[in-house]
Design a protein around this ligand. Structure first.
Ligand code: FMN
Length: 357
């Protein structure tokens, strides 16, 4: 039997992952009133059974207004805690670390699930008035938001904090702040979307103010032993947009605030950005931030083969690899990767399935 970086444990604060493989957050658009039920138990539970070290629940709204669609998961009220606890407990019982991505959709809120067209949902059909960095729509067919006032921003910070408190109560062992893909926090960061003239717009300091405030609010209430991650869109892939140099600078500030991991995604600020999607297309961002900001990073984006994942880790480009669509195709990817890399699958597949591995 060989050893592989992919299957070395990794520790963030007091939380130890059994390997370097994470299930990337993936919206399922399968809830009512934000309440998770059997679908999420089976969906996330299967991936924990499949051997991942970290299983991250999807973009979960910190307020009803911050949902992408009416069927998003939520954690804005105490009723959500018990529903999530059942999922988090099952993930833990399978030996994976349960994590949750907290989110506010901003100007991309009140839209339909992708398979229903993804465009604006009117209030008559279960939608709501969205709130944005400004008062323009993301693109044609999206809702026109109300621009967030400074009182709204204070309230939104409290909502993030309360949501994180509920996530802790539900048994999640790590929280990720969604500051990517054009949603609220990224829309403040990007000069393409942020045209504000107050203390939240203009300079780098002003555009980063809200995401830094949210990170600080969360770090203040999280137990010292609990890691905090931030997902960034490391580049807008557009002239005049947010760039990797900005992400390196912000990641250093996040590190100083007590953030432990940067999850390195990209895009989402502009519908016309040309993104060179291909195998490992975002991995260089994870490397730039890991080296430039001296913080742990996760690489994500078209990582599909075990040898590709192993190379990313072995060459020091990232500390973790997150997989999304490949995990939908194959929840047992970690156990399969162990076999392909000649590593023992002990502790990865459940005893009930031992005869298969
Ligand atoms: C069905 C689906 C839902 C997604 N939902 C989220 C989400 O909730 N939060 C997020 O940050 N990214 C989301 N993403 C992006 C993925 O986490 C991931 O970054 C992206 O798909 C690239 O990784 P991949 O090539 O391994 O799929 C979603 C992707 C898919 C396919």
């Amino acid at each position: 039997m060989h050893t592989a970086h992919l299957f070395e444990p990794f520790t963030l604060r007091s939380i130890s992952l059994r390997n370097r493989i994470g299930v990337s957050p993936m919206c399922q658009y399968s809830c009512e009133e934000g309440l998770v039920a059997d679908w999420h138990l089976v969906h996330l539970g299967s991936r924990a059974v499949g051997g991942a070290g970290l299983v991250m629940a999807e973009a979960t709204a910190v307020s009803a207004e911050g949902r992408i669609s009416p069927s998003d998961t939520g954690i804005w009220k105490d009723e959500h805690v018990g529903a999530w606890r059942r999922v988090a407990q099952f993930i833990s019982a399978q030996g994976a670390v349960p994590a949750i991505q907290l989110a506010h959709a901003g100007w991309k809120a009140s839209t339909a699930a992708p398979w229903l067209g993804g465009k604006a949902v009117d209030p008559q059909n279960g939608g709501w008035r969205s709130i944005g960095v400004g008062d323009t729509a993301f693109t044609d067919g999206y809702p026109i938001p109300r621009q967030a006032t400074s009182e709204d921003i204070d309230r939104i910070c409290r909502e993030w904090r309360d949501a994180a408190g509920r996530a802790i109560e539900a048994g999640f062992q790590m929280i990720e702040i969604h500051a990517a893909h054009g949603y609220l926090l990224h829309s403040f960061l990007s000069p393409l979307s942020n045209r504000r003239v107050d203390e939240y717009g203009g300079s780098f300091e002003n555009r980063t103010r809200l995401p830094l405030r949210v990170a600080k609010e969360l770090r203040d209430i999280l137990p010292t032993k609990m890691p905090l991650a931030v997902r960034l869109s490391c580049s807008d892939w557009m002239e005049g947009g947010w760039a990797i140099e900005d992400s390196v600078r912000l990641s250093s500030q996040l590190r100083d605030l007590g953030v432990d991991l940067i999850d390195c995604s990209s895009g989402g600020a502009s519908p016309i950005a040309k993104i060179p999607v291909g195998p490992g297309y975002q991995t260089a961002f994870a490397e730039a931030i890991r080296r430039g900001s001296r913080i742990a990073t996760a690489a994500v984006g078209m990582i599909t083969s075990p040898i590709q994942a192993e190379t990313i880790l072995r060459s020091g480009q990232a500390d973790l690899v997150f997989l999304a669509r490949e995990m939908l195709r194959d929840p047992y990817w970690p156990a399969r990767a162990a076999r392909e890399l000649g590593v023992s699958t002990a502790g990865m597949a459940p005893v009930q399935y031992g005869r298969a591995w």
